[in-house]
Design a protein around this ligand. Sequence first.
Ligand code: GLY
Length: 369
Amino acid sequence: MKRHYDAVVIGGGIIGSAIAYQLAKEKKNTALLESGTIGGRTTSAAAGMLGAHAECEERDAFFDFAMHSQRMYRGLGEELFALSGIDIRRHDGGMFKLAFSEEDVSRLRRMDDLDSVSWHTKEEVLEKEPYTASEIYGASFIQDDVHVEPYFVCKAYAKSAKALGADIFEHAPVFDVTRGGESILVKTASGDMHADYVVVASGVWSGMFFKQLGLNQSFFPVKGECLSVWNDDIPLTKTLYHDHCYIVPRKSGRLVVGATMKPGDWSEKADLGGLQSVMEKAKTMLPAIQNMKVDRFWAGLRPGTKDGKPYIGKHPQDSRILFAAGHFRNGILLAPATGALIGDLIMNKEVKADWLHAFRIDRKEAVQI
Ligand code: GLY
């Protein structure tokens, strides 16, 4: 193990891997430290929807950042494939965000002015996706809310970072980060490292590092339980989405169905009650799903913050320490823009003031959940 790096990134999920890639692209001598395996926890539990429109209700800085990150995915697959040989498995069918009431209709129709969104009547939806539940009132079709396969995106980022010179360490938990002398000391299971910059990107497990670094921002898990089924019978090309639940058609023929929202549950195991609620919800969107064969089920921990927004930026008292954590429901979507933002901060490039302000570490959070 080298003893000194320009930058050490703690956390090998999709956020940390995107940051390591960006820094390697900037020719920074970078180490990525992951306590388990790259992309093995929250990242691989995600469905991979790039739901900038579906997940954002407000037209605020978060939405702007999400739209920017969604656009960054254009061309990313080719860029990472050229370096890593890994296909991020983008599926371009788009999404139907379904309405099951007049209230849903009026909420969804607020998106009508957005370029990528078009309202579809019930008949138009059923013409395009004939197996959608006949109880719908209509749906917003969102062309750009496509999906990717998160584990492959993460692996492609990490392998591409490695191809550009980064060192990737798996099974390398970090015990302590100490500020002080000229460089920052990072104590890991495989020995000590020094770094000019340290980036904390450990998802819901980031709280411990904030504390070690004198900050008290907290993170809490919002567990999501999912399952997948084999669809051998019906055509489905678009994601179906309603009320934070979704059915995502993979290229393999599987449908990924998610997800529960269980704040405060640290277990990474799915339980029967959770899976049952996901199945019930899926049947209301796609009745034919009840005859499909179960493939597997799983759970992951979304990193929740008090105001539902991530922390992305510099430590208020030490610009050598940066944070990128708390992406809640949108880690996959926001990974490219987060990687670029952290890269730009370390390279002292100009960054959008609205984003810095919205995601700054010392903001006063309005409690949302
Ligand atoms: N982004 C979907 C979810 O968190 O369930």
